[in-house]
Ligand binder design. Structure first.
Ligand code: NDP
Ligand code: GDR
Length: 379
């Protein structure tokens, strides 16, 4: 039975990866931060009573900024595989917290590698580093592959650049099995609420069910290569099962504008949007409602929006000081060497996210009808 240690187990990828590894028979240890509220929503379904005999999921308090804590956890758990997924992962927020981001995302990676080396585990423990397509930043060439030069455009990406190279360096210097997965954007119903896809799918559900009027967005022209997190955690696992440690791009090879993701998400609940104006003035106007389709998905035929209403507005507050305009990955190496192939395309991804958020807010409708206060209303 293999043992894995996941940093960032309470995040989107951590939750899916823990589920995958448990299903493969692993013992899974996860590092979670102490918070004033429970922050284990995404893994609560995997939780096992500590008194059960066959328990295979264990949580440890820890932080990527605390070397001694990480060293102790690695020493105690003796993992065969470490998946370093913990990070301050929001690109826009990294402009507000650049020093912390460098510490957690950059030096945090070094802390893990160095702990494994100092504990003499460098020949027995494999390490996966969560690298990112944000490393490509300002477009040098497309599609982006393992050999495309990096040009990071945010404190987040610069911190992750350090994480990337220190992983390569420890592999070359000490012969460690340490690999970078250069993952392009991947989303799911578990995606954090402030990333663009989830912000959109939540807004679609809330607007359609009457909890929200408008949606305020940043750069509608950014293009991203969006996949499903479930497919991407499978790639992480495959990267650590090879004979030789190597770095891999994980992507779908298809790129889509933010505005088109918005249109697709609204269309799923029967709303057709048209974008009007230019640049900062641009708005998304509701053109038509397919009532039959909307009823099928929402279970209601009364909406708080009318045809002609403005649903999407541009608010420059969401712009980044330096933007990454175009990401499109070349997943050929992963497809050939790892035999990896995504099961979800963009249509299935949008469907999964919209339907999940619709069902989340339908629960709130029921609660409100029953006279209960609903809590899940924060933007
Ligand atoms: P999330 O933001 O959903 O999860 C991040 C996790 O890291 C959370 O569990 C969070 O804990 C934890 N964390 C944050 N800071 C610290 C810290 N200082 N010490 C310990 N834990 C910490 O990210 P994703 O699951 O989407 O991404 C996983 C990793 O992959 C990240 O490193 C991200 O940068 C990278 N990545 C993500 C991509 C994507 O599209 N999703 C693409 C490419 C790379 P808490 O719950 O307490 O906040
Ligand atoms: P990204 O994801 O920065 O690519 O990083 P995000 O979803 O935040 O932004 C994608 C694009 O959408 C544009 N955008 C908006 N973004 C947000 N968050 N909110 C908005 O209102 C909005 N309007 C337009 C952004 O400008 C951007 O161009 C994600 C994270 O998961 C990283 O951790 C990871 O490394 C990369 O993906 C790959």
């Amino acid at each position: 039975m293999k043992t894995a240690l996941i940093t960032g187990i309470t995040g989107q990828d951590g939750a899916y990866l823990a589920e995958l590894l448990l299903s493969k028979g692993y013992i899974v240890h996860g590092i979670k931060r102490r918070a004033s509220l429970f922050n284990t929503d995404r893994i609560d379904h995997l939780y096992q009573d500590p008194h059960e005999d066959d328990k295979r999921l264990f949580l440890h308090y820890g932080d990527l900024t605390d070397s001694m804590n990480l060293t102790r956890i690695i020493q105690e758990t003796k993992p065969d595989e470490i998946y370093n997924l913990a990070a301050m992962s929001h690109v826009k927020v990294s402009f507000d917290t650049p020093e912390y981001t460098a510490n957690a995302d950059g030096i945090g990676t070094l802390r893990i590698l160095e702990a494994v080396r100092l504990l003499g585990m460098e020949k027995t423990t494999k390490i996966y580093q969560a690298s990112t397509s944000e490393l490509y930043g300002l477009v040098q060439a497309v599609p982006q592959s393992e050999t495309t030069p990096f040009y990071p455009r945010s404190p987040y990406a610069v911190a992750k650049l350090y994480g990337y190279w220190i992983t390569v360096n420890y592999r070359e210097a000490y012969g460690m099995y340490a690999c970078n997965g250069i993952l392009f954007n991947h989303e799911s119903p578990l995606r954090g609420e402030t990333f663009v896809t989830r912000k959109i799918t939540r807004a679609v559900a809330k607007i359609a069910l009457g909890f929200q009027k408008n949606l305020y967005m940043g750069n509608l022209d950014a293009k991203r290569d969006w996949g499903h997190a479930k497919d991407y955690v499978d790639a992480m696992w495959r990267i650590l099962q090879q004979d030789e440690p190597e770095d891999y791009v994980i992507a779908t090879g298809v790129t889509t504008k933010v505005r088109d993701f918005i249109k697709m998400a609204f269309e799923l609940v029967g709303f057709t949007l048209k974008f009007e104006g230019e640049g900062l003035e641009e708005k998304g106007i509701l053109e038509s409602i397919d009532k039959e389709k909307a009823f099928e998905v929402l279970g209601t035929s009364t909406f708080n929006v009318k045809v002609g209403d403005v649903l999407v507005n541009v608010d420059p507050a969401y712009f980044r000081p330096t933007e990454v305009d175009l990401l499109i990955g070349d997943p050929n190496k992963a497809m050939t060497k790892l035999d990896w192939k995504p099961k979800y395309d963009l249509k299935l991804l949008v469907e999964d996210m919209v339907l999940s958020d619709v069902s989340l807010f339908k629960r709130d409708v029921h609660l409100m009808k029953g006279g209960h206060k609903v809590l899940n209303q924060a933007e």
